[in-house]
Design a protein around this ligand. Structure first.
Ligand code: PTJ
Length: 252
């Protein structure tokens, strides 16, 4: 379906249609459509824009990726449908591997997501035939590639579930989450939570990574050390509260 550019909700509709098409193509899980709807509701609350606490988390996340020995970006069906080009670009700039990790795991979906990532420029995609399991996860998300997430020190997880975030953190990894819901278990458990739409956050991560990759490690460590995830999440909640309190009708 063609969405007219002048439609007031053009971007939002476009994202929905990417996911609907992703579902029809066997890339996105049916439940991924519901998960996106939950995300949209929180996006309304933050004003459908990247708010300052998200930028702070993005800087800390990019610093963590650049400082990592073996960073990995985890990709699921929603991310593959929404922003595959940007995920591949970010992986190249920060030197991260890409690994497919699915809650609703099937070889058919993995094959299709791998094809999308390769078509968008990925040289190698991990997680196709993973042999390791992350302990503490009962779902299919427990599977990890021995040369990817299993042996990584920093993992970027857009649209994650709380169980795996917790298990990855418990296994000693730094976890950077992108999640529109600041109250989700993932948001509360991750080392760094970027409360923003993945479609806005990843392009900003690319821009910031382009700038920060020229920095000394000591400067990157300073950015990372000054970041406090709970403090930052409180700032997100405060931003939402202030926005709602200051709203007047007609809404603008
Ligand atoms: O592709 P699969 O099989 O791995 O399945 C993916 C889903 C998303 C179905 C699976 O991971 C899942 O059930 O996720 P949850 O537990 O619903 O968590 C998804 C989180 O992502 C929720 O907290 C949403 O608010 C958030 N979210 C949804 N859309 C976006 C988002 N966060 C950032 N950007 C979005 N576009």
């Amino acid at each position: 379906m063609k969405i007219p550019r002048e439609h007031p909700r053009y971007l939002s509709l476009k994202e929905r249609h990417k996911l609907v098409e992703g579902y029809r193509d066997g890339v996105t899980a049916l439940a991924g459509l519901i998960a996106h709807g939950r995300g949209e509701a929180f996006d309304y609350l933050i004003g459908e824009k990247t708010i300052p606490p998200a930028v702070n988390a993005i800087k800390a996340g990019v610093a963590a990726l650049l400082l990592a020995d073996s960073p990995v970006i985890s990709v699921n069906g929603n991310t593959a449908a929404l922003c595959p080009t940007e995920i591949v670009e970010l992986s190249k700039i920060v030197g991260a591997k890409i690994e497919i990790n699915l809650f609703y795991r099937s070889q058919d979906r993995i094959k299709k997501i791998r094809e999308i990532l390769i078509k968008n420029g990925a040289d190698e995609v991990y997680g196709v035939t993973p042999t390791k399991e992350i302990s503490g996860i009962s779902s299919e998300r427990r599977w990890a590639d021995k040369d990817g997430i299993y042996s990584s020190d920093v993992v970027l997880v857009p649209l994650e579930d709380g169980d795996r975030t917790e298990a990855l953190v418990n296994s000693g990894k730094k976890v950077i989450a992108i999640d529109l819901n600041p109250l989700s278990r993932t948001s509360l458990t991750a080392s760094i939570t970027i409360v923003d739409n993945v479609t806005r956050a990843v392009p900003i991560m690319i821009k910031i990574a382009e700038e920060m990759r020229g920095w000394d490690n000591s400067e990157l460590r300073r950015v990372l050390a000054s970041f406090d995830n709970y403090k930052n999440l409180r700032e997100v909640l405060l931003a939402i509260k202030t926005r709602l309190e200051e709203m007047d009708f007609p809404l603008q």
